[in-house]
Design a protein around this ligand. Structure first.
Ligand SMILES: [Fe+2]
Length: 287
């Protein structure tokens, strides 16, 4: 069965989103969609998400799932917006409750925010299987970047790996957000690299060095041979040392606080007050 994958690139956040379906079938999934947010103007933009919606309508597809590989910390999720536009259910790994618990403290959310994942339609367990049309999708828990990261394996030859592995010349995702773990990320990447050598890996981001164009896909064989952080032969201690030192040099993404507070709630924007206005929170000196 041929898997059709349409990538969408958001240059503002270097994020790849995808529409996936089986050729000849209307049912599809949207993976890691983006809602634009301009920090200086404090304005939301639906431009990136609308491109996906146009593609879905143009091809007369039926959205079954909005799949989130994790709670993104560098862009707002378009899942809630696209669900309102196109229907479908929003799903994320069940580890989301742990991420919600951590950030409820950091944001000082009150009792109105229960860390139970109820803003999502479904929480996936590791190993769970579900369908997108005739395609069977298997959920792999791949923690490290966050405790809740999952990869979605469509059939046996296509995987959406979120923020775990990046292109071979970029390496791997950071692990220094609350709940992150370089050791767990190393173990997760080794599990991904045990998939069949020709398995195509679709990435959530690319940060191309030296002016090359962004690329959304690589495969297991190429990663095992050439990934600068996790190719075959690099052991856990070496990876942890590299990852921890590198993470110490990174600053928080510009959209960190807006992204987290929206994405913890499946991409729902803050509730409007009685005057129809929405507000975000920026906790000072909290991380
Ligand atoms: Fe991420």
């Amino acid at each position: 069965m041929e898997v059709r994958i349409e990538p969408f690139f958001d240059p503002a956040t270097s994020t790849f989103s995808y529409v996936v379906n089986a050729k000849g079938y209307r049912e599809c999934a949207i993976v890691d969609s983006v809602l634009g947010f301009e920090l200086r103007a404090l304005r939301v933009s639906t431009e990136a998400a609308d491109k996906i919606a146009s593609y879905i309508r143009e091809h007369d597809l039926l959205v079954q799932w909005h799949l989130e590989t994790h709670v993104h910390a560098d862009h707002l999720s378009g899942a809630d917006y696209l669900k309102q536009e196109l229907g479908g259910q929003i799903g994320i790994g069940s580890g989301i409750v742990e991420v919600q618990r951590v950030f409820r403290e950091i944001f000082d959310f009150g009792s109105e925010f229960e860390p139970n994942g109820s803003d999502f339609d479904h929480l996936f367990e590791c190993g769970e299987k579900f369908n997108v049309g005739p395609l069977v999708v298997t959920v792999m828990h791949v923690p490290g970047h966050t405790p809740a990261d999952v990869a979605f394996l469509f059939g046996e030859s296509v995987a959406f790996v979120g923020d775990t592995i990046f292109m071979p010349d970029v390496g791997s995702a950071r692990c220094d957000f609350p709940g992150g773990s370089a050791e767990n990320l190393y173990k997760s990447t080794r599990r991904i690299l045990k998939l069949g050598e020709e398995t195509r890996l679709f990435l959530c981001h690319d940060y191309p060095p030296d002016g090359r164009e962004p690329i959304c896909m690589t495969n297991v064989r190429h990663q095992r041979h050439a990934n600068i952080h996790v190719r075959d032969g690099i052991n856990l201690a070496t990876f942890k040392d590299m990852r921890n030192r590198r993470d110490q040099s990174l600053s928080l993404p510009g959209l960190f606080f807006p992204s987290i507070q929206v994405n913890l709630r499946a991409g729902k924007l803050p509730v409007q007050n009685s005057r129809g206005r929405r507000f975000m929170q920026f906790p000072i000196d909290s991380i």
